[in-house]
Design a protein around this ligand. Sequence first.
Ligand SMILES: [Zn+2]
Length: 423
Amino acid sequence: MYRTFTDIDDKILNRAQAEGSTMQSVGDRYIAAYFRDIRRLNILDADEYPRVTEHIPAIHQLIQALEDKGYAYAVDGDVYYNVRQFAEYGKLSGRQLEQMQAGAGGRVDPNDPEFKKQYPFDFALWKAAKPGEPAWESPWGAGRPGWHIECSAMIQARLGDAIDIHGGGGDLVFPHHENEIAQSEVLTGQPLARYWLHNGMVTVNGEKMSKSLGNFTTIRDLLDGNWSDYPQPLDSMAIRLFVLQAHYRKPLDFTKDAIIAAENGWQTLKEGLTLDWQRLNLSSQMPIPGELDAESVNRFQTAMDDDLNTAAGLAVLFELGKALKREFNLRCYQGSSELTDRQLQQYSQTLTHLAQVLGLDAQPASIAELEIDVGWVESLLQQRQQARQKKRYAESDRIRNELQAMGITLIDQPDGQSRWHRS
Ligand SMILES: [Zn+2]
């Protein structure tokens, strides 16, 4: 699994110019913040994190190939994709060019800086640099890649012509993913992705989350207790539960009530996951360790096989959690029981196993542990080692900077190995 970072982009450039810094430093800062946040949510690492800046030659190749095949045209140092050349344009989003054109009205205005395009829905593959902007050399002059070509190039360079699953937010279907398809498929002649997984967007009290409405809350604010509606730190697992309770394709409405419900739901599961076995007076006959409750596992699996129906999967966990709690109360306070020791142990093991599948961990690592995750540091070091062997020095420097931003200093040894310590 790859997670790509767009580290060349107009928004990053604007931010860098406003701060008087560089795209690289803005990018590194946000990437480091991203890693800290997703680790706290117990999100698994990807196998690799390719960046646009490491793929400029691959981007050039792709643009050149599109130009050679007549799908792209250059104007004054810009290069555009000619969407009318691709008969299937719009197939992912279900849009048709004629309809879009009617809707676009007078978008081709000769006074508009976009008038260099031959057609309103043509999009930039390469953008000529304006004075003072960071730029990469190219056959079309100094400039930077357009957003869409970056993804097509990274996919082709790292994974090949076609991939199994392409993910992304629902807001990326058009034009971004539509354009990725247009770029890649005319060159490879095969579908870019066998499946597209688009997640729904987060709304806040039913409204779109947006800068102008000022209704932004960050994961970090929630975890640090800086959310005015609920001024105490939220359990990171409650946030996971909140997300898992909705289907991934549907919008996710962020409200105080929903968050409180998720906190309560997590407390229920947590009680089931952390039973005090000493108090349960199990009979001397030890149940079989690792044995799961097949019926619960089956129902969970059926739910997850149904386009990742995590809400139905969670229902299985809640049933197990409640049954365990009831059994605990019966045994500890009433001297009776409903479950056999073997069932009790099966339920408990099943709950732990399924919670693990969903990344719900009753004893998540502390922030201090997460800040420096030794296994992750080692894997980055290995990646850097390989980059250095293959003389990909930009990548090896980038990894060094990333580690630096996480508070880790590297010392390269004469034998080519590296040691590290906390800064
Ligand atoms: Zn993309």
